[in-house]
Design a protein around this ligand. Structure first.
Ligand SMILES: Nc1ncnc2c1ncn2[C@@H]1O[C@H](COP(=O)(O)OP(=O)(O)O)[C@@H](O)[C@H]1O
Ligand SMILES: N[C@@H](CCC(=O)OP(=O)(O)O)C(=O)O
Length: 377
């Protein structure tokens, strides 16, 4: 039998050259919900050592709201958005000061990167963020990423940092992602329920068929297990291995020990632009296709032509992301549309009139979505 640290899956975490580590609020806070300096220091020591050994580490850290509780004189984590934003505003500086101090003790420099959901959705902002992270890593600085809570709105907000971590893992083309929480892995039901079992390995959707993640998360965490699962699936779909483990076990996790829940890659690493299109960009509308067009786009991977469209929904401009749906409304692909919605509506309307009258095909027109601008889901 292989020694634990040589387990072929968990070894990916040990050997990763570029590693995204996400730590949740629940792992950085004490019983009152405020920032726990000792826990932050233990985590920083483990990550700084790893960075000193040559790994490019990106830390996605929650904890700004928790760190703002004391400065604001609050007794517990605020519930309303405005006070959460005020707490994050006061707390983000405290959080970064604590990290800077803890990493500096080991000779490692850190840099703050605050991102909004909008930054991930807009292609130009996304590319900008990617450039900044690359430069920080080249300079051997550990980027510490958090959501820019002070400008987030209820409508456009990550809330929890799990999805943000998966998008950052895509952004930097990470070899692996480590999700650290207050629970030592994924269980088939809420960990407080009797008889639940930890799942040690997830190889695909079938392994999750009987898993219940609907139970609530910790007092201070935001997403619970559902958002961690979604983040793990986003990362593994792009070839990135994920380990979910307890923050208290960060040392063994980094060493490749067989702990937590390991998620094997389910897909292959695609080009950066396609990754963005599939996971980060937001859709401005839907285009419903007939069966022939679904076959052409999904199976033959051709460009979408106006002739295969039966209906349009939403207002979009040329260059926006749209969802392509089958006749039953199921989303089968996403792509960058080549027409404004009004222009396309006219084109589709004219084609339908003409084909009803003459039973002829549509005249040659440019594709609605070019094959290079399309991802099949
Ligand atoms: N099936 C499950 N397996 C493991 N944990 C679960 C499950 N369902 C719900 N949870 C809860 O999710 C919590 C972790 O989510 P959260 O509080 O958001 O953590 P974090 O602050 O690390 O993001 C755990 O404390 C656990 O109680
Ligand atoms: N951006 C917020 C994160 C909110 C949060 O609780 O996230 P998580 O612990 O990852 O569920 C903060 O820094 O407080």
């Amino acid at each position: 039998m292989l020694p634990m640290s040589d387990h072929p899956d968990h070894g990916v975490i040990r050997d990763a050259h570029r590693l995204v580590v996400k730590v949740g609020s629940s792992s950085l806070t004490g019983p009152q919900g405020g920032l726990d300096g000792f826990r932050l220091q233990a985590l920083s020591t483990a990550l700084a050592r790893r960075a000193m050994a040559g790994t490019q580490v990106v830390l996605v850290s929650s904890g700004a709201i928790a760190a703002g509780i004391q400065p604001l004189g609050l007794s517990r984590r605020p519930k309303d958005l405005a006070t959460q934003q005020a707490a994050a505003s006061a707390g983000q500086g405290v959080l970064m000061a604590a990290y800077t101090q803890a990493f500096t003790l080991h000779g490692v420099r850190v840099g703050q990167v605050l991102l909004t959901a909008d930054d991930m959705q807009r292609r130009s902002h996304y590319v900008n963020a990617s450039r900044t992270l690359e430069r920080l890593l080249e300079l051997e600085i550990v980027p510490i990423v958090n959501e820019n809570d002070t400008v987030a709105t209820d409508e456009i907000r990550f809330g929890d940092n799990d999805r943000l971590a998966a998008l950052v893992a895509h952004l930097v083309n990470a070899d692996a992602m480590l999700l650290l929480s207050d629970v030592d892995g994924l269980y088939d039901g809420h960990p407080s329920a009797p008889g639940v079992r930890r799942i040690s390995h997830v190889t695909g959707a079938d392994d999750l068929a009987h898993v219940d993640v609907s139970g609530s998360g910790s007092q201070v965490g935001t997403g619970g297990m559902a958002t961690k699962l979604a983040a793990a699936q986003m990362a593994t779909a792009e070839g990135i291995s994920v380990l979910l483990a307890s923050a208290d076990q960060v040392g063994p996790a980094l060493a490749g020990e067989e702990i937590g829940t390991f998620f094997s890659p389910t897909g292959r690493r695609g080009p950066a632009r396609r990754r963005w299109l599939a996971h980060a960009s937001s859709s401005s509308g839907r285009i419903v296709l007939d069966d022939g067009a679904v076959q052409a786009v999904v199976l033959r991977r051709t460009s979408l032509l106006p002739v295969g469209i039966t209906r349009l929904e939403g207002r979009f401009a040329a260059g926006d992301t749209v969802e392509l749906c089958d006749p039953d409304g199921r989303v089968v692909a996403r792509g960058l549309v080549g027409y404004d919605a009004d222009e396309l509506r006219q084109l589709v309307g004219r084609r339908m009139e003409r084909s009803a009258r003459l039973r002829t095909g549509a005249p040659a027109t440019r594709p609605v979505v070019r094959r290079d601008d399309l991802v099949v889901l």
